[in-house]
Every structure is written in structure tokens, then in C-alpha cells.
Design a protein around this ligand. Structure first.
Ligand SMILES: Cc1ncc(COP(=O)(O)O)c(C=O)c1O
Length: 447
């Protein structure tokens, strides 16, 4: 093992979701610095970050002094005071700012520490609302197969894949059910859009009936799904979902933990589909990852029916995190990064579509600066690579060898979500590197 840091990490640190053998084999870089849209490892290698911090929070790039300064100033003035019984000013200011940006009729926000907590908070909000207004103990949550909503126990219970993890952690929270996903490339109903007439959305109606309409509190969905790699829904999907939720009084929770704050070329991805969520979850680009912060917002109607929100996290409404979010949002607005995401996203997707000339690239898809290519062994029949070939891992490594951070998602997709500050020149550099990484791996595996 080359580096002392790797050795110490192996002995003293739990890396999240990382195979220890990869650390031993030196396949886990030690990242020491970031600047603009590039990161540097301890050996001085430079990578173009096409994954915005790999978990995709970084909208504004690395080393932004404005955010660091806002955090410093707030820490010196008032670094912490409780989120209960007292008010701190950055949280109020941020909540008011967000209310001016939200889609639909959302007004009122609760701040927590990350996306998983935002999802937990959404479930609690939905349950408290039903309990207080309808005197009904609605407790069931419906999510979708292939959905990703986080790793705390409630969020994990709504997670529609990662079976080993679900099984190891079982029993999970009771009362979760799963709808089939709108995965057109591999339709779970073997249908084709638009002839299918959105049968995958209609299936929510029968699922609610099966679960008991009086027991279902909420349906949660990401606007663009993560689990199979940046999957936008077909047109009309969310109109149908909204109608079905309204028919049964089921609240619609939209999870914009990844896409919120510009990633898809609109401030919120809900705007693309005219979705009016009852509850919205956010995190990641809210602070661009400079500090942890998650948020859950709801409508005036729901907020007014919850006189005391039964919820208390020590680090809720954290002043330093809220100050960082305000500085981050100012940059996103001042530098017109949402418009840049729309423009650069279109350009990037065209470049990715050109990569479908590779025998292993089945399709390119995405919305704004969140894109994916579907990797296939047999393109004509859309047959994926066997898991044991570990193709996505090889591709991510090959990408790094060509100077870019890219990431496998699910079993079959290679995913890209650059910072919203990305330029055309950097995207050209990234596309060239992805192209070369594909050739390298195809050659190595004999395709
Ligand atoms: C859609 C969605 N919801 C929730 C989460 C959980 O967020 P966190 O990892 O900040 O807990 C994620 C994380 O990737 C996500 O993509």
C-alpha cells in the first residue's frame, strides 16, 4: 500500500459503502484539495470532477471563499443555539428565501442535517398531518422499486434496491410498499411508451387500494430517479400520479435531494413537470456540500394544521449551515448557474448521445446536468453485463486514469453530474476522457 493515509484509513476509519480490498489495492484515492471544478489527490493527480463530489452536492465548485467567509462570520457571531423554543436568524432568513423559490404552493420549511433526515422528516410530517386533521392513523408509505431515499431506518425502508443492505438491516420499518418504476429502457411491464398509456403510473391506484386507502399516508418519488442512473419520467407521468394521490387523500412527497437547486436546468425539477408537491425534500446543493444541511418543506395548509411539529434534532436549523446555504444560493443566482445547467446539460447530453456509437452504450439520457449512459453487453437485446464482470467499477477506474471522476450507478449505468459551474471546454475534456475510458475497458474485456 503506497500511502500512509490509506494504511491509517484501513486501520482507523470506516469508509462508507467501500470494499476494504479496494483500499488495500490502492484503488481509493486520497483527495486533498479542490479548486474550481477540479480535485487533486495526495500524489498531485488532477481530476475533472464530473460527479460534483461523487454524491453530487457540489453546485458551485471548490474553494468558494464567499461561502467560507459566511460560515466564519456566522460562527463568530452565534455558532449554535437550539432549534426548539428559540429562533436563530439565518434559519428564518433561509426559510423565507426558499419560500420565494419553491415550486407549487410550498411555504414552510424544517431544516435538518442531510437528505435521509429530510426524508424521515417528510414521513413524520405526513403522519402528523393525517393524525391531526383526519384523526386517522395513516402510517403506510409507498415508494418505488429502484428508488433511493437515504440510509436512516425510515428512509432505508423506502429504498427500492440495494437488497443486501435491506436484508442485513431487516427488520425495517413496517408499512412500506413499492410501485414499479417508469424505467422505459427496461419496462417492468414489457410495454412501450406512449402506447403503454402510463400503465406504470396507473398501477399506483391498485396498489393504494390493495394497501388500504385509509392507511396510506404518502407516496414518495424522486422527480428524476437515481437508482438506475439519472432517469427522467415519461411525459404525463406525474400528472397521473398527482390525480391518483388526490383521489385517495394520499400526500405526494417529492424528493429533490439531488435535483433541487438547479441540477436539471430549473431551480427545482418539479418545474419541468408542473408538479405541485404536498411535501418536498432537499439537501446536497442547498449548501453545495460546504456543510451538511437538509430541508423538508410543506404547504401552508399542512403547516397550519400542525400546531406543534413533534420533531427535535440538536442540529436542526443550524445557524452556520443556514448561513452557508444563503451564501451558496446567492452564488447560484448571481452566476446564473441554473441557466448554465440547462445550456451545458443540453450540450453534454448531445456529446453522450454520440457515445452510443460504442458497442457497449445502449442509450444516453438525462435532464440538465444529470445524465447517464446505459452500459450493455448485447446492445440489440439490451442485455446487461453479468455482475461478476464489474464493468462499472472498471469504467470508473479507467475514467480516473484519463483524469475524470465518473461513477457507476445501479447495475447498468454510468452516471455524470458535474458542478453547475462547468464550462463547455471542461465538458469537451470530460467527454473525450469518457470515450477513451470506454475504449480501454472494451479492449480489456475483448469487445
Ligand atoms: C433522492 C435522494 N434522497 C435522499 C438521499 C439521502 O441523502 P443523504 O445521503 O444526504 O442522507 C439521497 C442521497 O443520495 C438521494 O439521492
Amino acid at each position: 500500500m503506497a500511502s500512509k493515509n490509506l494504511e491509517d484509513a484501513l486501520n482507523y476509519l470506516f469508509l462508507h459503502n467501500t470494499v476494504k480490498k479496494d483500499i488495500q489495492e490502492g484503488n481509493v484515492p486520497v483527495i486533498v484539495r479542490g479548486e474550481g471544478n477540479y480535485i487533486y489527490d495526495e500524489e498531485g493527480n488532477r481530476y475533472l470532477d464530473l460527479m460534483a463530489g461523487n454524491t453530487r452536492p457540489n453546485a458551485i465548485g471548490y474553494g468558494r471563499e464567499e461561502v467560507a467567509r459566511a460560515m466564519y462570520d456566522q460562527a463568530m457571531k452565534m455558532h449554535y443555539f437550539t432549534p426548539a423554543f428559540f429562533i436563530t436568524t439565518p434559519a428564518v432568513e433561509l426559510a423565507k428565501k426558499l419560500a420565494s423559490l419553491y415550486p407549487g404552493e410550498l411555504t414552510t420549511t424544517c431544516f435538518v442535517c442531510d437528505g435521509s433526515e429530510a426524508v424521515e422528516t417528510a414521513f413524520k410530517m405526513a403522519k402528523q398531518y393525517h393524525y391531526l386533521t383526519n384523526k386517522q392513523r395513516r402510517f403506510k408509505i409507498i415508494s418505488r422499486q429502484n428508488a433511493y431515499h437515504g440510509q436512516t431506518m425510515g428512509a432505508l425502508s423506502a429504498l427500492g434496491f440495494l437488497n443486501p443492505m435491506r436484508n442485513v438491516m431487516a427488520p425495517l420499518v413496517p408499512g412500506h410498499a413499492f410501485l414499479i418504476p417508469p424505467y422505459c429502457y427496461r419496462c417492468p411491464l414489457n410495454l412501450t411508451y406512449p402506447a403503454c398509456d402510463l400503465a406504470c403510473a396507473d398501477a399506483l391506484d391498485s396498489l393504494i387500494q390493495f394497501e388500504g386507502p385509509d392507511l396510506v399516508a404518502a407516496f414518495i418519488a424522486e422527480t428524476v430517479m437515481q437508482g438506475v442512473g439519472a432517469l427522467p419520467p415519461p411525459d404525463g407521468y406525474f400528472d397521473r400520479i398527482r390525480q391518483i394521490c388526490d383521489k385517495y387523500g394520499v400526500l405526494l412527497i417529492i424528493d429533490e435531494v439531488i435535483v433541487g437547486f438547479g441540477r436539471t436546468g430549473k431551480m427545482f425539477a418539479s418545474e419541468h413537470y408542473n408538479i405541485k408537491p404536498d411535501i418536498l425534500t432537499m439537501a446536497k446543493q442547498l449548501t453545495s456540500g460546504y456543510v451538511p444541511l437538509g430541508a423538508t418543506a410543506t404547504t401552508r395548509k399542512i403547516a397550519d394544521n400542525i400546531p406543534t411539529f413533534l420533531h427535535l434534532h440538536t442540529y436542526g436549523n443550524h445557524p452556520v449551515c443556514c448561513a452557508a446555504a444563503l451564501a451558496n444560493l446567492e452564488i447560484i443566482e448571481k452566476e446564473k448557474l441554473v441557466a448554465n445547467a440547462a445550456e451545458m446539460g443540453k450540450y453534454f447530453l448531445e456529446g453522450l448521445m454520440d457515445l452510443t456509437r460504442h458497442s457497449t452504450v445502449g442509450e444516453a439520457r438525462g435532464l440538465g446536468l444529470w445524465c447517464a449512459i446505459e452500459i450493455v453487453k448485447d446492445k440489440k437485446n439490451r442485455i446487461p453485463f453479468p455482475a461478476k464482470e464489474n464493468i462499472l467499477f472498471h469504467l470508473a477506474l479507467a475514467g480516473r486514469a484519463h483524469g475524470v471522476i465518473i461513477r457507476g450507478m445501479g447495475n447498468n449505468a454510468l452516471e455524470f453530474s458535474p458542478p453547475l459551474t462547468i464550462t463547455r471546454k471542461e465538458l469537451d475534456e470530460g467527454l473525450k476522457a469518457i470515450d477513451q475510458a470506454l475504449y480501454d475497458v472494451e479492449k480489456k474485456l475483448g469487445y
